[in-house]
Design a protein around this ligand. Structure first.
Ligand SMILES: [Zn+2]
Length: 445
């Protein structure tokens, strides 16, 4: 079979199994796989700790029926990763003297649903159909990507298409809480490597999936701002001229607001100056996400808060080092502290608590080109590479020396939201493009 005939037969198989593809997605959504470490709404018994493993059992038979050897393993007890290896006729990837191999990767964990009452149906896990869409937690992020990848391989099997290189399917745990060592990095350490990776994260904003050869980096810092407790009814005396001011009371929340205003000014300069050709202007941001001002850890309104904590997520260009970003922010903070007598004497403690480095695969890399070309030929429309709006596991493949791009059904704009949904048309489009990319990349046996 030549490549054209192989692709034709595979697309016929996908079209003939549309209902089964949608059914797999709905089944997968119906098995809750909330990341057990994700903060969740009280009273929703979704974080059982083993939901990821249970959801992977929905995918396992699809992997097996796709002709894969299945590897189920836990790097963290109770949280099983699922890997399926569809061996090629020239196995092992080019590093082992075989044909080019390809990984289709995704994560099976989801964020928490929040209060189910905020979902239109009252059930985040019903996987209901609505106007050509599947609705439910994980529909976009990213059970649809997992199902599209699994069914691309299954369709190759139905069509009787053998590949030269290995095609590897992965459904990993832990992505939503940056636990790559439990998920994607664990699969790499276990020896599941390839010549390239497509991460099936939701890249479609409007219409078809977009192609994301890079993402920004993300880093989180926490500031602990010190104040001086006093009776809050005397605020006038604390803050206006003629009073006893900072000798008597310092409201840590006021200081936090001053610092936040300064960081907002820095963010505004980033809007003008921090540009990257694959991202819209203004993508790189310094965003406040948590604030908590308290009196000795208690929330109380009749005493001045003596401590305030601010937490920020910083998104920066893929071309920038994290050390450089941190240095710029710390310089800015230091100059604010310098201008404030209290902060100069009591500089807030800073802790950099999380870090997710960017990935950056060239736009002319063969894997980027393969996905771009197959998207155009299969869907009949061009796709221009653009930066991924969030971060994903492509970072950890790149860290292991494996080039990766992101491409998948679903929109980041519906992720981590109530009534998350995905367009069935996008799921089928991604399934076709994955199959076509695998045929081109791995070659037909
Ligand atoms: Zn995701």
């Amino acid at each position: 079979m030549d490549e054209r005939a192989a692709l034709r037969a595979t697309v016929v198989a996908i079209d003939a199994h549309q209902d089964a593809i949608v059914a797999t997605l709905r089944d997968l959504i119906r098995v809750p796989s909330v990341n057990p470490n994700y903060p969740h709404f009280d009273g929703v018994p979704t974080s059982t700790g083993t939901g990821e493993s249970a959801a992977n059992e929905v995918l396992r038979p699809v992997y097996t029926a796709a002709g894969c050897q299945v590897d189920v393993f836990e790097a963290v007890a109770g949280r099983a990763n699922l890997v399926g290896v569809r061996r090629g006729s020239q196995p092992g990837g080019t590093r082992a003297g075989g044909a080019r191999s390809l990984i289709l990767n995704g994560h099976v964990d989801t964020v928490a649903p929040g209060d189910p009452a905020n979902w239109a149906s009252g059930d985040p896990f019903d996987g209901r159909l609505e106007d050509g869409r599947v609705v439910g937690l994980g529909a976009s992020d990213m059970k649809s990507g997992l199902v599209a990848a699994a069914w691309a391989a299954r369709a190759l099997e139905i069509a009787g298409v053998g590949l030269r290189g290995d095609l590897i399917l992965e459904s990993v745990v832990g992505e939503e809480m940056m636990e790559h060592e439990a998920g994607t990095t664990a699969t790499i350490r276990r020896g599941h490597v390839a010549d390239a990776v497509i991460v099936a994260e939701p890249t479609a904003v409007n219409g078809a999936p977009a192609l994301a050869p890079c993402s920004g980096g993300g880093t989180v810092f926490q500031l602990t701002i010190e104040g001086l407790a006093a009776h809050s009814c005397a605020r006038g005396n604390h803050i206006w001229p003629g009073g006893t001011g900072g000798r008597h009371a310092v409201n840590a929340i006021d200081k936090a607001f001053d610092i936040a205003a300064g960081l907002r000014r820095l963010e505004a300069t980033w809007y003008e100056t921090r540009r990257h050709p694959l991202f819209p202007q203004g993508h790189f941001t310094i965003g406040p996400d948590t604030i908590s001002g308290t009196l000795h850890g208690q929330t109380l309104s009749w005493a001045v808060a003596n401590e305030c904590r601010l937490e920020y997520l910083v998104m920066y260009e893929p071309t920038r080092s994290q050390a450089d970003v941190r240095a710029e922010i710390e310089r800015e903070l230091a100059s604010m502290y310098d201008a404030d007598p209290w902060l100069r004497e009591h500089p807030p403690a800073i802790a950099w608590t999380h870090t997710w480095p960017p990935y950056d695969t060239p736009v002319d890399h063969p894997i980027t080109r393969t996905v771009q070309d197959r998207h155009r030929s299969v869907l009949g429309a061009a796709v221009e590479p653009q930066g991924f709006a969030a971060v994903d596991d492509a970072t950890y493949f790149q860290a292991a020396g494996i080039p990766a791009v992101s491409y998948g059904p679903g929109s980041i704009l519906t992720c981590h939201c109530f009534d998350e949904s995905v367009s069935i048309e996008q799921v089928l489009a991604a399934t076709r493009v994955y199959a076509a990319a695998a045929i081109e990349w791995c070659g037909v046996a």
